[in-house]
Design a protein. Structure first.
Length: 435
């Protein structure tokens, strides 16, 4: 509810040096007054104070910050209590807040929802904030920061102002056809529409790379049994994840580890050895391996001097795939991209650099539209503008105006000026309690 005052722990649960508890709403400052000895600290000034329970017991000595709305994250009066991070301390402070009838525990994402509702964030910034919280690598962080800083909103606002000018020109030709307005409005209107259409098309083309960078890439190891996949997998992971054994068919299912390769988020996948005469559970593992390899971003194909030929994988291979000669300590292979010895450590750095380079080419095409909802919104805008441009010169200015208005509505939905409840629910469901 708009008039509710909410509170929640804003840092992870468990024991830590500091725990931050956030309070937001019309009664935030009043609730803080009840807990403090002395007056409230000034706006945006940190003050070290004792926090008191309702019965006068001292709870903790905390750093207290007060923010007056609308100059706060949520746009409301906000209080932050930076307490010691012991479980008992946090629980005592939260219990005191729970006992205050003016407050209630926040729902997941409700602080961010307040910021959106009060105009402190648009919907693209909310989505980017979720991405920033979830970012595991530097490139994901950099991608999210561009959204949090308002890059999408600024772009959409620039387009919106240009389209309003185009719409005004078209409607002037309708409403004042007999007055002194330009006889041919097609040229100036088209000059405004075409650059936006082209810009949206570029963003749509970059969207798959953007979404992949946000979600992370998959690199999968495939090869015949005993080609060294599991040993290499463990070496790249830096720990013993897979069971490495000379017995064929040891790996029956896919195994995964997350890697940070020069800022790129990569999930490395180990699979069952590929062969044609497998039976039972091993055959199921091979089927899963092939299915997963089809969808992976990069296939690392292992061959070694002491294993049989690799079964036909022409249906899986892509131009960027890497063919690796494993067990280079046993012999030299030709017609491969690189050679490694997982046991000796030879060639590992070169292989990692090669994986990073090939995936970086895909990440280089990333733009600022990284969510399916955003892509659909700009897609609706582009389709409407293309229709409007096609109808210029056909003496149908009313239809042109309607298509431009449709494009404007799509841009408003992009930044959340208009949004249906199920879309908002989907966006805010990603946030944890306290954010």
């Amino acid at each position: 509810m708009v008039d509710d005052t909410i509170y929640a722990l804003a840092t992870p649960g468990g024991t830590g040096a500091v725990a931050v508890i956030r309070i937001s709403g019309p009664n935030a400052h009043a609730a803080l007054t009840t807990m403090l000895v002395g007056a409230l600290p000034p706006h945006r000034m940190a003050s070290r104070r004792w926090l008191m329970a309702a019965d006068g017991r001292r709870l903790d000595q905390a750093l207290v910050l007060r923010f007056d709305g609308p100059a706060s994250f949520t746009g409301e009066d906000v209080v932050e209590l930076h307490c010691h991070g012991g479980r008992a301390v946090v629980q005592a402070v939260l219990q005191t807040l729970c006992d205050d009838p003016r407050l209630r525990l926040a729902d997941p994402g409700e602080f961010t929802w307040c910021a959106y509702r009060n105009g402190r964030l648009d919907l693209t910034q909310v989505e980017a904030l979720g991405d920033l919280i979830a970012a595991d690598t530097e490139r994901q962080r950099h991608q999210a920061i561009s959204g949090v800083s308002g890059a999408v909103r600024e772009m959409a606002e620039e387009w919106r102002l240009t389209l309003i000018e185009a719409l005004a020109t078209v409607e002037a030709s309708i409403d004042w056809a007999d007055e002194e307005v330009p006889e041919n409005v097609d040229t100036p209107v088209r000059a405004r529409l075409l650059p936006i259409i082209a810009a949206i098309a570029d963003l749509e083309a970059a969207a798959p790379a953007t979404e992949r960078l946000r979600g992370g890439y998959e690199a999968i190891l495939i090869g015949p049994p005993n080609s060294g996949k599991s040993t290499l997998f463990n070496t790249l992971a830096g720990r013993e994840v897979a069971i490495a054994s000379p017995q064929p068919g040891t790996t029956r299912d896919t195994l995964e580890v997350s890697l940070d390769l020069q800022g790129l988020p990569v999930t490395l996948i180990d699979t069952a050895g590929l062969r044609t005469d497998a039976e039972g559970i091993e055959e199921i593992g091979i089927t899963r391996a092939r299915d997963r390899a089809k969808d992976a971003d990069l296939r690392i194909i292992l061959v070694s001097p002491d294993t049989g030929a690799l079964p036909d994988i022409e249906d899986l291979k892509q131009p960027d795939d890497i063919t690796v000669a494993s067990k280079s300590d046993l012999g030299v292979s030709t017609q491969v991209d690189c050679m490694v010895s997982a046991l000796e450590g030879d060639g590992i750095a070169g292989l990692l650099a090669m994986i990073s380079a090939r995936l970086s080419k895909r990440a280089a095409g990333a733009g600022v539209i990284g969510h399916e909802r955003q892509r659909r919104a700009i897609g609706r805008a582009r389709a409407a503008l293309e229709t409007a441009e096609q109808r210029l010169g056909q003496e149908m200015p009313e239809l042109v105006a309607e298509e431009v208005r449709t494009a404007l509505k799509a841009l408003e939905s992009l930044v959340g000026r208009v949004a249906v409840d199920d879309v908002l629910d989907s966006v805010f469901s990603r946030f944890c309690l306290g954010k």
